[in-house]
Design a protein around this ligand. Structure first.
Ligand code: UFG
Length: 343
């Protein structure tokens, strides 16, 4: 019989890619999602239970219906800027909701969880590339909520024998290589989809000089003055989760709380991302410069040697062009066929 894997937040960008990968690797993913930011049509290949982790009764109905082997927890609000303006929303969902989930797991003697954490737990790095033991001093409520849950997992491991693997993502990017799933945030705030949206606007006849793309700051302490980030392909991130699920299943009860960076170890500046988007799309992409965004570290690059060693995880996408091409192909596939004639 197939193992049932609960994918909480599985209708979102990374979660839906994960559910699909589980499905293709002989597991039975069951998605639990409140559809506040996720999309039901992104999980048409597996079961979807519409529920909210802040609701006890939703969680009770779910766990009384399904026998779950491992939980993967993606459900979180993830707009850094919004978390500064409306922190309560973030503490309610990312902390309070996650506590409810752990409580139901305890009640059902379910002791294995993979958690979507973030490099946002580190704050401003003292040294690059970041290693897992670097100090964690988040500079926004979003990062705080992720760190609080990481710390809970440590305490739950000691007190209740909960086994957890937290994966600290750097910048998730790209889409399913077969073009079946993509990145659909509303509003979109992430760099790569915004640069590609600008390329699409120009491709559809928009005037390059009327660009809607802005870059945040040109005086950061980096080689070209724009922020540097470590972009990791979404399928690579999902392969790490698959490996984490296997580790939790194989090492029955011997894990405790583990933490891994998921990064390529390669930093690309905002200007390099734009250049790569020009290469991939063949569009003249222009931009305006705005003041630096509050709370944006100049550079974030991660070291994933621990994940290499323990999870046997090595990212396959190392070229930024290759990552961006998957996102561009998906974006083009969303353009109605009638509008593609002019391409
Ligand atoms: N950027 C721009 N213009 C834009 C959007 C972004 O210049 O219109 C810049 C940002 O300043 C940043 C880089 O592009 O330097 C990447 O920005 P994203 O918003 O795509 O990603 P972030 O690095 O801000 O955020 C990501 C994840 C968060 C996570 C954070 C950790 O999306 O969930 O990394 O720092 F918390």
């Amino acid at each position: 019989m197939k193992n049932n894997i609960l994918v909480v937040g599985g209708a979102g960008y990374i979660g839906s890619h994960m559910a699909m990968m589980l499905h293709e690797n002989g597991y039975n993913p069951i998605v639990f999602d409140n559809l506040s930011t996720g999309h039901a049509d992104a999980v048409s290949f597996c079961e979807l239970f519409v529920g909210d982790i802040r609701s006890e009764s939703d969680l009770n109905s779910f766990f009384s219906k399904y026998d779950i082997q491992v939980v993967i927890h993606f459900a979180a609000l993830a707009y850094v800027g919004e978390s500064v303006v409306d922190p309560e929303k973030y503490y309610q969902n990312n902390v309070s909701g996650s506590i409810n989930l752990l409580e139901k797991m305890r009640k059902h003697a379910l002791k294995k969880i993979v958690f979507s954490s973030s490099c946002a737990t580190y704050g401003i790095p003292n040294e690059l590339p970041l290693i897992e033991s670097a100090s964690q001093l988040p500079i926004n409520p979003y990062g705080q909520t992720k760190l609080i849950f990481e710390n809970m997992l440590k305490d739950y491991a000691k007190a209740y024998d909960l086994n957890s693997i937290s994966l600290r993502y750097f910048n998730a990017a790209g889409c399913d290589r077969k073009g079946r799933l993509g990145e659909r945030h509303n509003p979109e705030t992430h760099l790569i989809p915004l640069v590609l949206a600008e390329a699409l606007r120009v491709k559809e006849g928009g005037i390059p000089d009327e660009t809607r793309l802005t870059i945040f700051g040109e005086h950061h302490s980096t080689a070209d003055g724009s922020c540097v980030r470590d972009y990791v392909h979404v399928e690579d991130l999902c392969r790490a989760h698959l490996s984490a699920v296997q580790r939790l299943m194989n090492k029955n009860g011997e894990i405790g709380a583990e933490f891994y960076n998921l990064a390529n170890g390669l930093g690309f500046s905002v200007l390099e991302v734009i250049e790569s988007c020009r290469n991939v799309t063949k569009m003249p992409i222009k931009y305006r410069v705005q003041a630096a965004r509050e709370g944006d570290p100049s550079a974030l690059v991660g070291n994933s040697q621990l994940a290499n060693r323990v999870l046997n995880w090595y990212p396959e996408y190392l070229s930024l062009d290759d990552i961006i091409k998957t996102a561009w192909d998906w974006m083009l596939s969303q353009v109605p066929v009638s509008d593609q004639d002019s391409y």
